[in-house]
Design a protein around this ligand. Structure first.
Ligand SMILES: C[S@@+](CC[C@H](N)C(=O)[O-])C[C@H]1O[C@@H](n2cnc3c(N)ncnc32)[C@H](O)[C@@H]1O
Length: 230
């Protein structure tokens, strides 16, 4: 996958209204995790792969005087983020790739990313970049829904038509440690709304049966947390 492919894929997603759907799909898990990030007054967060910026605004609203910047390679996603901006959040949005973050070293207290880093063109470089812009003693919190222990997600690369890294919990932990983070932990987060109602279930390219929907729900999201040494 090249950045050109990523930009054209996610520009199309933004134009098709899929950015707003991601807030509905990811919202419960993201709220559970953000509530545990210990964002204190004045802290600055980076939302890596912000899409329409809804999580960037949550990060920026997590404490008085807190701020957040969302970055995304897709100009159409950033346009959605700017259109959805509310003037009460200290959030802003920039077109930028993971592999070339346009920020000085040690800039952010919190790095957050939902369902984005596995699209990286160069994952070690992307993680090196997020590590570089993390403040000493700052935290990195990444959530992915596609990982090896959630085996039904292996087919997503084919069904989505987008190249994606497919790592296990142990491989994500190793990747963050290789970037320089310490005290790396992996936690499963389950959507508190449950799998939905069976009578509303419809098959899709991702899910062939209600049993698969339940299995996917029970596998949950993978939250990887690391700390930059002080
Ligand atoms: C599945 S969307 C998730 C968006 C958002 N975090 C959410 O949960 O709604 C992934 C986003 O990552 C962005 N992205 C993927 N690879 C990227 C890269 N290498 N550099 C910058 N952005 C990238 C895409 O443009 C897309 O908007």
């Amino acid at each position: 996958m090249t950045h050109e492919n990523i930009i054209s894929t996610f520009n199309s997603w933004a134009q098709d209204g899929r950015a707003e759907g991601m807030e509905e799909g990811h919202g419960d898990v993201v709220r559970q995790v953000i509530s545990q990030l210990e964002i204190r007054p004045g802290m600055q967060s980076l939302d890596v792969g912000c899409g329409s910026g809804w999580a960037t605004r949550l990060l920026a609203s997590s404490a008085p005087g807190a701020g957040a910047v969302g970055v995304d390679a897709s100009p159409e996603m950033i346009a959605r983020a700017e259109a959805g901006h509310d003037l009460t959040s200290r959030a802003r949005y920039e077109v930028c790739t993971f592999e070339g973050l346009d920020f000085p070293d040690n800039r952010f207290d919190r790095i957050f990313s939902m369902e984005a880093l596995y699209y990286a063109v160069d994952l070690p470089l992307a993680l090196a970049e997020v590590f570089r812009v993390t403040k000493p003693d700052g935290h990195c919190d990444i959530i992915v829904d596609r990982f090896k222990e959630s085996s039904l997600t292996e087919r997503w690369e084919e069904t989505c038509g987008v190249a994606m890294h497919y790592l296990s919990e142990a491989e994500w932990k190793e990747a963050l440690e290789a970037a320089g983070y310490q005290d790396v932990t992996c936690t499963r987060v389950i959507d508190s709304r449950g799998p939905g109602a069976e009578e509303d279930f419809e098959t899709s390219a991702h899910l062939a049966s209600w049993q698969e929907k339940v299995e996917l729900h029970e596998a949950g999201s993978l939250w990887i947390h690391g700390v930059k040494p002080a």
